[in-house]
Design a binder for this molecule. Structure first.
Ligand code: GDP
Length: 315
């Protein structure tokens, strides 16, 4: 990408998209197009086609998606498959028709089989059955990857696919049952500290292992890949460090300074037992995630606290 290249950032209001917007701006990329959900509903084919036809971006980051934690995936399977299939189908096909030079599609580590050998290598995609709690989301993401591959093969496009591990950061959703685990725990431990509650309930057994990457590192990796990676094969994007949910809850507890107990609620689902990516391909190419889990959680908590202050001042 040149600094004045026309770049369409789809999903700029989300966790990854907002980090990418900041990163691109800081990097001197000055010709970025964004559209709010109200201005352009990416599920509507005709609207997406006419947007691409009019704007003709050169580069596209496809970070728009319906995402959520384990409970959201279980409760809204139809929305997770429909919204994601519709958004990515419309954007990828319109990008081809509008002659986009390069597109980066964000896929997800959920695409790997439930019993995948760890750490998960790119070649393992479609080698076994999926984890049922997020199968609809994973199926949509697999279709996105296969669609990029098909367009590259038939139309000689340059559509690349980054397979993202669990991401977290300042633009997370901290409030609801639908959150991912890090923002959910930040919200829970913070509220328990403020209210003086004796314990915090963490879902599942505490044994599942997850890998996390800070959203700013995802943004760095995405720009790096857009500028250097031209292979149709998917590439993992992660930190490479696995932690158990128990370890994670102790880190969040420590950062927040909560003094009570952590209780595991085994009536809640664990999901996939281990989800840690093999990031050797990305690292060998020259990109390494730089923000440690402890540091990233601290930064995320600081943002959460400033948002809380604003909310409280309005109450
Ligand atoms: P997943 O990686 O697709 O399973 O998505 P999540 O980020 O929602 O959950 C990761 C793991 O954290 C699962 O084993 C959850 O059971 C566990 N977990 C523990 N407490 C919570 C919580 O309060 N919210 C969420 N979303 N997950 C939690």
């Amino acid at each position: 990408m040149e600094k004045d290249s026309k770049i369409y950032l789809a999903g700029d209001n989300g966790l990854i998209g907002s980090a990418l917007a900041g990163f691109l701006k800081k990097g001197g990329y000055g010709n970025i197009i964004t559209k709010s959900r109200r201005q352009l509903d990416l599920r509507r084919q005709a609207d997406v086609e006419s947007f691409f036809d009019k704007e003709r971006p050169e580069y596209v980051f496809l970070a728009a998606a319906r995402v959520g934690g384990i409970a959201a995936n279980i409760n809204y399977p139809a929305e997770f498959i429909y919204d994601n299939l519709a958004i990515q189908t419309n954007v990828i096909n319109s990008a081809y028709k509008a002659g986009v030079k390069k597109l980066l599609f964000f896929a997800s580590a959920c695409m790997y089989p439930k019993n995948c050998p760890q750490p998960m290598q790119e070649s393992r995609i479609l080698s076994g059955e999926l984890e049922p709690t997020n199968e609809p989301y994973a199926m949509a993401k697999i279709c996105g990857l296969k669609m990029c591959e098909a367009y590259n093969r038939q139309y000689k496009t340059n559509f690349i696919c980054a397979v993202l591990t669990n991401a977290y950061g300042c633009k997370d959703d901290f409030q609801t049952e639908d959150s991912h685990v890090i923002p959910a725990l930040i919200g829970k431990f913070h509220r328990a500290k403020i209210s003086g509650a004796d314990s915090v309930s963490v879902w599942g057994s505490g044994k599942p292992e997850r890998e996390f990457i800070f959203a700013d590192d995802v943004a760095g990796a995405a720009v790096f890949l857009m500028n250097t990676y031209n292979d149709p094969a998917p590439i993992n994007v992660g930190s490479g460090r696995g932690v158990s949910i128990k370890e994670l809850s102790l880190i969040v507890k420590e950062v927040i300074g909560y003094k009570g107990e952590v209780v595991f609620d085994s009536s809640k689902p664990d999901g996939i037992p281990r989800k840690v990516l093999d990031v050797s391909k990305l690292n060998t190419l020259g990109f390494k995630a730089g923000v440690s889990l402890e540091e990233g959680i601290k930064k995320t908590y600081e943002t959460f606290q400033s948002q809380e202050e604003i909310l409280n001042s309005r109450r």
